[in-house]
Ligand binder design. Structure first.
Ligand code: SAM
Length: 257
């Protein structure tokens, strides 16, 4: 996969995308990343990318001309047309399902906003507009990095263990089960017996229950679309009942769920 980003601070991407798993994945040819400076597509001495909003108001807006030129120029550098993603708090919320969909694209081009945002006409270039969440960042670069990270780890060969992305939170519509490593007992907190038993069937059932319990407690909104069986629905109803009874004994994390 080829990922590109247009930004007024293109230098912020390199340290992240060349480190750790993303760095290794780039070296292994799983994906390539290139960031471009939007100011390359300006034509004045000051390399201006912003202007005051019509109608007045606070702050500056990104002008449409450099954005159009940049997207058109970068897009034409490869025979494969990129899937163009803009970022805005007004966009579609970014979820694992969106990451999975984007991971199937051959080429992604991210366009990062700054200032008070962009001239509305720039969004006509976007195949989609993505929001990282219900809060306002100073720019789209963190959103572009978050999407890059979530997408790349889904690409074949990006993670050392191919199975690890399959088993994680949201991959089956639920939160991930509780996990433990050595020591088996730490400061009086014991790892659930079943995980030490070597009984893979029992471990699998415990993990599914842990996943259901945690999702029911922390993200009940996910349950209805998680495709649970009849018996799992009954289990969730029972878990929620137990949860109510034990309310006040602590949160869903750290309870050996
Ligand atoms: N005035 C805009 C508004 O109220 O919706 C916010 C502009 S924000 C300060 C500047 C840029 O940061 C946006 O154009 C966008 O690219 C990026 N940005 C800010 N918050 C974001 C979010 N939650 N998700 C995705 N991008 C965001």
């Amino acid at each position: 996969m080829r990922i590109e980003a247009i930004s007024v601070i293109p230098q912020v991407f390199e340290p992240y995308v060349s480190s750790s798993i993303l760095g290794r994945a780039q070296k292994a040819g799983v994906f390539s990343f290139e960031a471009y400076d939007l100011r390359e597509w300006t034509h004045d001495r000051h390399r201006t990318v912003d202007d005051a909003p019509f109608g007045g108001g606070q702050g500056m807006l990104m002008k449409p001309e450099p954005i159009f030129e940049a997207v058109e120029d970068v897009s034409a550098r490869d025979a494969v047309r990129p899937h163009v993603v803009f970022f805005s708090p007004c966009g579609t919320p970014f979820t694992q399902a969106v990451a999975e969909r984007l991971s199937k694209k051959e080429r992604l081009l991210f366009v990062c906003g700054r200032y008070e945002g962009m001239d509305e006409r720039a969004y006509t270039l976007a195949d989609e507009v993505v929001s990282l969440g219900d809060y306002v960042l100073t720019g789209g670069e963190l959103a572009a990095l978050a999407v890059t990270d979530a997408v790349v780890r889904l690409l074949p060969g990006a993670l050392g263990d191919e199975m690890s992305a399959l088993d994680e939170s949201f991959s089956d519509g639920l939160l991930e089960y509780a996990q433990y490593t050595r020591p088996a007992e730490f400061r009086g907190m014991c790892v659930p017996e079943v995980l030490l038993s070597g009984d893979h069937g029992a471990v699998g059932r415990w993990r599914r229950e842990s996943s259901l319990r945690r999702t029911a407690a922390l993200r009940p909104d996910l349950i209805s679309s998680a495709g649970l069986s009849e018996s799992e629905r009954a289990l969730v109803a029972r878990l929620l009942e137990e949860e109510k009874e034990s309310a006040g004994e602590g949160g869903a994390h750290g309870q050996a769920l």
